[in-house]
Design a protein around this ligand. Structure first.
Ligand SMILES: [Cu+2]
Length: 457
């Protein structure tokens, strides 16, 4: 499905230009990294905002086109009030950042003053002497683009929200597992303030918990990413270091539940369980979520936010902070997997196995595994399929290693990027509308040939 309101191609407005100029002015000598690198200003979605800011969330409803073009009624936490007949209902927010110093910044790129990776892909620092297959990556250098629905908060910050319920029935906003992060019931037409300290660094879901899974499935959800204030390139204080990070939000849509909600029915998720027919990753599906639509703006956003990409390196999972030189590190990229849907997803990667760090904010042990209630081994380990229960979050590192099955001679002779699929192994999720394949939760990742080696990102 198309992201509900953003990413439609448009020329930068005068306001955008002024806003960009304002952001650029905060950088020494008035030249941003982006300008120095030659990226056009319109490619850089960053902006400054006020201190002590409050983020307004508007509970709205509207119709959203799915990947097959059908319109489905959905709800969501939007950034402005819109009505049900609005052709572009505001059902999601652009990413916002709460800083510990009180600033609230509107930016898809985090940190907002970091170098924006061109089409999402970090260029390496340099080749490795004596090892022509791999590169050193820049340490604490590249920013990360986040998808819509993301709230980023530094540890030590205060999250300040004002929730406007524009719908006919009561709703609420809950940050799952976060002390103080519960608005309680908000009556139709009412406004409720919510303020709480950022929880420990990690990945959290926010949703309307009404009807257990019902309101979330109708679209009332998003993700809070808390980052260590002292180190923006680590999962937690002293936790795994990464080159850049990604957030993948899986969601499932049931058009029958949507029709019933539109008709004012109360849905019982136990007696009438969800039968999703659309499966999204960062609000896109199928050809949209692999960035091959006819809309270049959507494709670009997809590459920046979702399609993991980087140069080969020799990541050693025993130490994600191996310093090769003063400005480089040997590590992979962090992917925060979030299941905001109602079915179990199984994220399966080709090309590299991934290293699973933690689930639901709890670090897996590196040495002593435990057995979960379902009989799964909980341990930091290599996995090629990462199971993700509803509301669960798993943080993983994609090492971006030369693929173990490729002969060195073959790998060295490549003249193009190597693309690998990522798809969910719960096969119904690969379809749309009950059969359109592959119209569901798919992505890919790229082992890149760097520009310095003749690659053309
Ligand atoms: Cu596969």
């Amino acid at each position: 499905m198309t992201a509900p309101e953003a990413e439609r191609p448009k020329a930068p407005s005068r306001r955008d230009v002024l806003r960009y100029a304002g952001a650029a002015g905060t950088v020494a000598a008035g030249v941003t990294v982006a300008q120095a690198a030659g990226w056009p200003a319109s490619r850089v979605d960053r902006a400054a905002a006020g201190v002590g800011g409050v983020l307004d969330l508007h509970i709205n409803e509207g119709f959203v086109p799915m990947v097959d073009g059908s319109l489905v009624y959905l709800r969501g936490f939007g950034e402005k009030a819109t009505t049900i007949n609005d052709p572009f209902p505001s059902l999601t927010i652009s990413p916002r950042i709460f800083f510990a110093d009180g600033r609230l910044v509107d930016s898809r790129l985090f940190p907002p003053d970091a170098a924006p990776p061109h089409e999402g892909r970090p260029e390496p620092d340099s080749a490795v002497a004596g090892d022509p297959l791999v590169y050193l990556v820049k340490r604490s250098y590249w920013g990360s683009y986040f998808p819509r629905r993301t709230i980023v908060a530094e540890s030590g910050s205060t999250i300040r929200l004002r929730v406007h319920n524009g719908l006919k029935q009561p709703h609420s906003l809950l940050f799952h597992g976060v002390p103080g992060g519960d608005s309680g019931e908000i009556a139709s037409g009412a406004v409720q303030d919510l303020e709480f300290p950022a929880p420990p660094p990690g990945t959290y879901v926010y949703s309307d918990p009404g009807g257990i899974s019902v309101q979330r499935t109708l679209g009332l959800f998003g993700v809070l990413v808390v980052v260590p204030q002292q180190d923006h390139w680590r999962l937690s204080e002293l936790g795994a270091e990464f080159e850049r990070q990604w957030l993948w939000i899986a969601h499932d849509i049931d058009p029958v539940w949507s029709r019933r909600a539109l008709a004012g029915e109360t849905i019982d998720p136990v007696s009438t369980p969800a039968l999703p027919r659309y499966f999204t990753l960062n609000d896109r599906a199928g050809f949209q979520s692999v960035g091959v639509t006819q809309d270049e703006a959507i494709n670009l956003a997809t590459h920046e936010e979702t399609l993991v990409s980087g140069s080969p390196r020799r990541t050693d999972v025993r130490d994600f902070s191996q310093a090769a030189t003063a400005t480089t590190v040997i590590t992979g990229q962090l992917i925060r997997l979030v299941n905001a849907g109602v079915v179990i997803h199984q994220m399966h990667f080709h090309g590299n196995h991934v290293w699973t760090l933690r689930r639901d904010g709890v670090d897996f042990s590196r040495s002593v595994g435990t057995i979960s209630e379902e009989g799964h081994v909980l341990l930091q380990q290599w996995e090629d399929v990462v199971e993700l229960d509803p509301l669960s979050r798993k943080d993983i590192i994609l090492p971006l290693k030369p693929p173990p099955d490729a002969l060195d001679e073959v790998f060295a002779a490549r003249t193009v990027d190597w693309h690998y699929p990522m798809h969910c192994h719960a096969e119904p999720s690969q379809t749309a509308a009950g059969g359109l394949y592959p119209g569901g939760a798919v992505a890919d990742w790229v082992l890149a040939l760097p520009k310095s080696a003749g690659g053309t990102p």
